[in-house]
Design a protein around this ligand. Structure first.
Ligand code: 48F
Length: 261
């Protein structure tokens, strides 16, 4: 085997490359059309759809990794299920699957999750990971952006890290934070709306209901994924993900309609 020689670059040049590129992109995304909070299946799907239609979209994820609950099916087992017609989205993403019984499909969760993440990046969504929602920007009873901080800072006790967050402005915000409904909770804390809390498991009702309830819950704030169940008091569905993928698409459609007006 021939020896490999990497091109020369000093330590400081590598540091400069990271700083320059990150700072330039962050500045560009301080104002966006849509900020999506939460990089699970619904948030990724919404980001991918919006970015692929040319919308300037920023996805914020508090963890280092994207994917939320999509890496595992349930009970630490990495097979996930979707019910028809959501296998069509697996087709779109190029995820292989098996029909386990009529209309019930099983796929490898790591394969599905990594394909969805790659499709979101390929579509051109900008991703800020290790960043947590701190608050919303609210002007004249409309959500106009988010207040964020590094997750590392948010998770330190106030006494140690009294570090102010920063604000990012957007025309629309999508709450895709899963069961937490973290953006919705910020409005609830101020008495602007009341989340009903999630109902008990009922898979056959939950997925259809969830997709039907994806909506602009408050001016400027669209809810998708499990945050919809928390906001509207819908039953949970457990380890099946079709509604997450379709709800992400639905949130993107609603956002595009709103942006046109
Ligand atoms: O929980 P998550 O996967 O939400 P989802 O897209 O899908 C739900 C399913 O995974 C599953 C289910 C249905 O099949 O019951 O649970 O609705 O992803 C939510 C993402 O939001 C991030 C969190 O780390 C996760 O990746 N997140 C939550 N709170 C915040 C946040 C926050 N305050 N700031 C930033 N990201």
């Amino acid at each position: 085997m021939n020896p490999i020689e990497f091109s020369p670059a000093s330590e400081s040049l590598i540091t400069k490359a990271i700083i320059a590129e990150f700072a330039q992109e962050l500045e560009h995304y301080v104002e966006t059309e849509v900020v999506i909070v939460g990089g699970g299946p619904s948030g990724l799907m919404a980001s991918k759809e919006l970015a692929s239609r040319g919308v300037k979209v920023l996805l914020i994820e508090r963890n280092n990794y994207l994917g939320g609950g999509f890496w595992l099916g349930g009970f630490l087992m990495n097979k996930l299920t979707v019910r028809a017609p959501a296998e069509l989205i697996l087709d779109e993403l190029g995820v292989p699957y098996k029909e386990y019984s009529s209309g019930l499909y099983v796929a490898d969760a790591p394969h599905a999750c990594s394909r969805l993440i790659a499709a979101t990046c390929d579509a051109g969504a900008k991703i800020l990971n290790m960043v947590s929602l701190d608050d919303v920007v609210l002007h004249n009873e409309k959500v106009c952006g988010v207040v964020v901080n590094w997750t590392a800072v948010s998770s330190l006790p106030r006494g140690i890290a009294a570090i102010d967050p920063v604000s990012l402005e957007s025309k629309l915000v999508i709450d895709a934070t899963g069961h937490d409904a973290a953006v919705v909770k910020k409005l609830e804390e101020r008495g602007l709306l009341k989340a009903k809390g999630q109902g008990a498991m009922w898979v056959e009702k939950s997925e259809d209901l969830l997709v039907a309830h994806v909506s602009e819950l408050y001016p400027g704030l669209i809810v998708t994924g499990m945050a919809v169940s928390t906001a509207y008091g819908l039953p949970r569905m457990g380890p099946t993900f079709g509604a997450m993928l379709i709800a992400g698409k639905r949130a993107a459609e609603i956002a595009i309609e709103k942006l046109k007006r």
